[in-house]
Design a protein around this ligand. Structure first.
Ligand SMILES: CC(C)(COP(=O)(O)OP(=O)(O)OC[C@H]1O[C@@H](n2cnc3c(N)ncnc32)[C@H](O)[C@@H]1OP(=O)(O)O)[C@@H](O)C(=O)NCCC(=O)NCCS
Length: 154
């Protein structure tokens, strides 16, 4: 499992989101066309670099499960390990079995470096089957390359 990216670039800090971050978080998530549900700032962690909010991610809460979601890094800061750092931090913050859905093999490979493994729709807990039902339909009907994953501690 990948355990590098344990440091952020200098000038960057990870912190819990504040209410004042709410619109910037929404802007990041909407501009990346990610799932617009459960965007409560209280659930988010953000990375600030040179005092600008440049990345966010969250744990959505479901019955007996959490979903790692809303992972976005602003384009100018991509490729410097911010998403890797945030992903590992969120994994360690999770208090329930942890799942995610992502689009395409490149992202699935990204998450697999940190201990996520692809699972079938049937293996999801009921609360997430309810949420991901449409994705599964799109995957079956029009071959949208959705991958469901579960974090498996090694
Ligand atoms: C995916 C994303 C969060 C990565 O952020 P980052 O800080 O650049 O990531 P890191 O520097 O920690 O790691 C780089 C890795 O991210 C993954 N990645 C980067 N851009 C990607 C893209 N456009 N599509 C899929 N995976 C990507 C790759 O695995 C990459 O490693 P590689 O260059 O060796 O292939 C960022 O590109 C982003 O915000 N994309 C738009 C939103 C999104 O798709 N979020 C994921 C939702 S499941």
């Amino acid at each position: 499992m990948k355990t590098n990216n344990l440091f952020l670039p200098s000038g960057c800090v990870l912190r819990r989101a504040k209410s004042a971050d709410s619109w910037q978080i929404k802007l990041l998530v909407f501009s990346a066309k990610l799932d617009p549900t459960q965007l409560r700032w209280e659930q988010f962690w953000v990375i600030e670099c040179d005092k600008n909010l440049v990345a966010c991610g969250q744990l959505r809460n479901f019955s007996e499960a959490q979903e790692l979601g809303s992972l976005v890094v602003t384009p100018a800061w991509r490729g410097r390990g911010l998403a890797s750092f945030l992903t590992q931090y969120l994994i360690h913050t999770a208090t329930q079995p942890l799942y995610l859905e992502c689009l395409g093999q490149r992202l699935a490979h990204f998450y697999s470096q940190f201990g996520f493994v692809p699972i079938s729709f049937e293996e999801l807990p009921r609360s997430l089957k309810n949420k991901f039902g449409l994705s599964e339909l799109a995957k079956k009907l029009i071959r949208v390359p959705v991958v469901f994953m579960q974090y498996q501690e090694r």
